[in-house]
Design a protein around this ligand. Structure first.
Ligand SMILES: [Zn+2]
Length: 293
């Protein structure tokens, strides 16, 4: 099953229509007829993409899928345990060396890595949050698009792409570039990748809370393995982080149960298309570990 998929092929079928009432300008997701990859089509315009990432409110005053207020900058310290957990898992493979953190935000991962063993370089598209990291957290963050920044080849022992591949305009080029930059014995971690084959994605459809107009590509365990292979990587492990995250708690599980019931009633008894939002749950996110082939 080889084809020159650029991760948005013309040869595709409809996967999911997103109703207008979700407040997001998103038309539909489609699925590649050859590799089964799911992606957004059409994408937002270049102007919309740029406006989204240059708007500093994204970091200070945003809303989640249900319209609840969020502030990334205010939630920074609360996120540290999550990054600590990532470090613990990275260090099962590598304990030191050069680490490249692609889509690093302000550089939180660097703040929890032992600086006597790790030399960290972060790449972040938003100049605002990159500068915030340099000034407030003293992190080594360069702003710009990963695809366009010159970096040394076969240099990095560990490359991390956390919550970023689905946002990238050229995800396959990004994987190929990561392959060039990694050392022959290096390890790649693609963390917090949305799994479009999860229970919540399949059950809640358009109400799946991880569907967002700025997520261009939606992988599954099968499609990420396939495209990693094409880029020159071998997948060694896929994890589904949930039980060790702050999202695993009783109130969330109770809400999820009631929403599963609500969705069931809407769909099969009332037969309406009302959007019911999903909740964080096991399988929604994937962490993929890969090594150069
Ligand atoms: Zn394809």
């Amino acid at each position: 099953m080889d084809h020159n998929c650029n991760l948005r092929c013309d040869d595709h079928r409809s996967f999911l229509k997103i109703p207008d009432n979700q407040g997001a300008k998103l038309t539909q997701l489609v699925q590649c007829n050859r590799c089964d990859l799911v992606f957004e089509d059409p994408r937002p315009s270049q102007e919309e993409i740029e406006a989204f990432y240059t708007n500093t409110e994204l970091w200070t005053n945003s809303t989640d899928a249900e319209g609840n207020p969020r502030s990334y900058v205010k939630e920074l310290l609360a996120k540290q345990p999550v990054f600590q957990d990532v470090v613990t898992r990275i260090e099962k493979y590598k304990q030191r060396g050069h680490l490249l953190d692609i889509g690093c935000g302000p550089g939180l991962l660097e703040t929890v890595l032992d600086s006597s063993r790790w030399k960290v370089l972060g790449i972040e598209m938003s100049e605002y949050i990159a500068e915030f990291g340099r000034n407030e957290l003293s992190t080594n963050v360069v702003s710009g698009k990963f695809e366009q920044i010159d970096l040394p080849e076969h240099h990095f022992d560990t490359i991390v792409m956390k919550y970023v591949l689905d946002h990238m305009e050229e995800p396959f080029e990004a994987l190929q570039k990561a392959r060039k930059l990694i050392k022959p014995d290096g390890v790649l971690l693609i963390a917090d990748l949305i799994n479009i084959d999860s229970f919540c994605a399949r059950y809640f459809g358009a109400g799946h809370r991880l569907i967002h107009p700025m997520h261009f590509t939606y992988f599954s365990p099968k499609t990420i393995k396939f495209h990693l292979e094409r880029a020159g990587f071998q997948t060694i492990k896929i994890e589904y982080p949930y039980f060790q995250t702050p999202y695993f708690n009783f109130p969330n599980l109770k809400t999820l149960a009631s929403r599963i019931l609500e969705r069931f009633i809407n769909q099969y008894i009332l037969r309406n298309n009302k959007v019911v939002y999903s909740m964080p749950f096991y399988g929604n996110m994937m962490d993929i570990w890969a090594i150069p082939k």
